[in-house]
Every structure is written in C-alpha cells, then in structure tokens.
Ligand binder design. Sequence first.
Ligand SMILES: Nc1ncnc2c1ncn2[C@@H]1O[C@H](COP(=O)(O)OP(=O)(O)OP(=O)(O)O)[C@@H](O)[C@H]1O
Length: 387
Amino acid sequence: MGVVKTLPTEDQVRTALGKVLDPEIKRPITELGMVRSAEVRPDGHAEVTVLLTVAGCPMRDTLTRDVTAAMAALPGVTDVNVTLDVMSAEQRQQLQGQLRGGTPARENPFSRPDSLTKIFAIASGKGGVGKSTVTANLAVAMAARGHKVGVIDADVYGHSIPAIFGVADTRPTRVEDMIMPVPAHGVKVISVGQLKQKRDQVVAWRGPMLDRALVQMLGDVFWGDLDILLLDLPPGTGDMAISVGQHLTNSEVVVVTTPQEAAAEVAERAGTIASMLHQRVTGVIENMSWLPCPHCGPSHQIDVFGTGGGARVAETLTQRFGYPVPLLGSIPLDVTLRSGGDVGMPVVVSDPTSASSVVLTEMASALGGRSRGLAGRSLTLTPAARS
Ligand SMILES: Nc1ncnc2c1ncn2[C@@H]1O[C@H](COP(=O)(O)OP(=O)(O)OP(=O)(O)O)[C@@H](O)[C@H]1O
C-alpha cells in the first residue's frame, strides 16, 4: 500500500507566497495581484504562475528564486516550477491605483504637510570633491541602521550614483506612468540618468528641463514610506539646487568640501544659496582630509589637499546664518572608498572597519538619528484584493 502524502493546505500556500516580497515595491506578491495561480499536485509537484509588471522586469530571477524557495519549504512539496507571465494593461492600471493609495498622479509626496520624511540635499561648490561617494555611503549606512532610505541622483551632468551603487545597467521598471526606484544595498535609488531615453545620451538641459526631471523623480517614482531622502545635487549653485529648494522647502543641506582653500570658498557659496532658498544648512563634511602615511600608518597623516577647509566653511556659515553649522566629520583619502565606488560596492558594506567607513557610519548615525521617524504611522498603501 502506498504512503499517502501530506500536502499543504491552500492557506499554507497563500501564507508561504505572502512572505515573498516584490523586490522593487517591497510588498507581498499576493497583495499586488502578482500570483495568477498556485497549485500543488498529489505527487508533490508545485506549479506557480507569477505575473510580472513588465516583460523585461529586471527582478525576474529574484522572484523565481524566492517563490521557489517559499514553495519548496512547504510540507510534501517535492519540486517547484515557476512560470512567469506579464500583467495586462488593465492589471497594471489596477496595481498603479493601488500603489498610489488614492493619491493623484504627479503629486510630490514630500511636500505634503503630513510628510515625515527627512530630506538632505548633498551640495558642493565644485565637482570631484566626493559628493556622490559620500551621499551613497551615508545612504547605505543609514539603511543598515534600519531607516527606509531613498536616493535621488539629481546631478544631471555627473550622475555617478547608479555606478557607485552597482546598478548602472539597471533600467527602472515602469508600471504605467509610475517608475519603480531601483533597489540597491537596502536603498531605493533613482537617477536623472535613468530617465534618459538612452544611457549614453548627452543631455544639455537648462532650467525648465531640470525642474521637470526633478518633479518626475519626486512625483512619478513610487517611493513608498521613506524615513530619509538624500539628493545628490550637481556641483555649484545652478538651476537644480534652486529647483530642489523650491520643490522641497523642508529639505536641509549638507555641504561637502575638501580641505583646499579654493574648494572651501566655493562651498561657502553653495551653502549661502541654500540659505537664500530658506533651507537650513545642517553641517559640513570635509572629504579627502588626509592620507594615512603609507610607511608609518594612520598615526602620521599627510595633508595632501592642505588643512582646515571644512572647519573654515563651517565657521563662516555659522557666522553668516547666526545658527550653528557644525563640521560633521572629516573623511580621509582611502583607496577602498574609491575602489568600492568603482565596482558598485560602497565601502561601508565592503570594508566597514576602514578609516573612511568609520567616519561615514558615525555621520550617518548622527544625521539619521535626527530623522522624524514614522513609528506608529499608518501606511498610505491600500491592500489589494488577494489573488
Ligand atoms: N575619501 C576619498 N578617498 C579616495 N577617493 C575618493 C574619496 N572620495 C571620493 N573619492 C573618489 O574621487 C572621485 C570623485 O568622487 P565623486 O564622483 O563622489 O565626486 P563628486 O563630488 O560627486 O563629483 P561630481 O560632482 O563631479 O560628480 C571618485 O573616483 C571617487 O571614488
């Protein structure tokens, strides 16, 4: 007489699949209407059909892997086959409406009076001082502390953020006219570069175009509930900095500079523009502050770019604004920080004990700790009908 197999109940299957989150939207696939069918046959073979939001969904492998693992863990399941299909236009529209939770399209969620997201625009006077590297590492360190963090790469000319996060070749998924930020190292990332038609397209955008791109990155991207939003601004005091000040009136500014006299001077100007736009300047970060001596070790610090630029900017801005603008930290020159950026693995992940990681993590704690927090607040998402 053959042994009667114990098979999972419908509820067990539903619960198992309910633990699989869409990697981009971060909600259970069962709530998002992404499970078309799930069945376990008497011989223990499981068949699941998952609906992707778009055909070229970059997360298809992750979804297949997660669904397979969830089903394989059920009692009596011997093997799993996952079939991927694509949502119809109607299904996508339904999902989009669900994600917006009744919020009209194109509303900037961060300008709502009830928005609790803490917003930091990372600014610098000149290019190449490490603003994008600092932004990415702060974001990853904040996410590691449990904050929900988003990064907008608003540096239209540089847009190096996707490469630093290791997602330079990932196109964000679109659900109708809604854009899913790209998940990377626990952070939701969107870059102005990813909104271009082609990756190598050269843009020479002026004020109105830059403004439109910012509005799109704020209003058309599904950010969900964020604790902290970081914006990597283009260097200088240009149109994007002004647009950010206008659209995100509650944003604060962090100024990045090197110790060099010339860099500090222009950094002061970037801080002053922020103040003219009624943004508070939270503090100054000095980058590339010193080089640990290759012979004697970190006790001997070589001042490659001079000294005191960060402290000078902090002092000048404090005097100018009449409130304390502290020097938040000084990051040394560090090969692992540079190489981490080159291979898409931020140094706070790849080498958390390196000299630069320690300073970056401390600053992330100080800035992130000041987040207004969302504990106890209800999500604006509306649960969908279960499949
Ligand atoms: N502390 C550091 N030690 C070593 N290399 C660094 C450090 N900070 C940044 N870098 C490197 O310096 C280069 C410029 O950094 P990054 O792109 O972050 O600057 P940026 O200010 O954002 O420039 P831009 O605004 O022109 O895009 C990168 O190659 C980066 O890896």
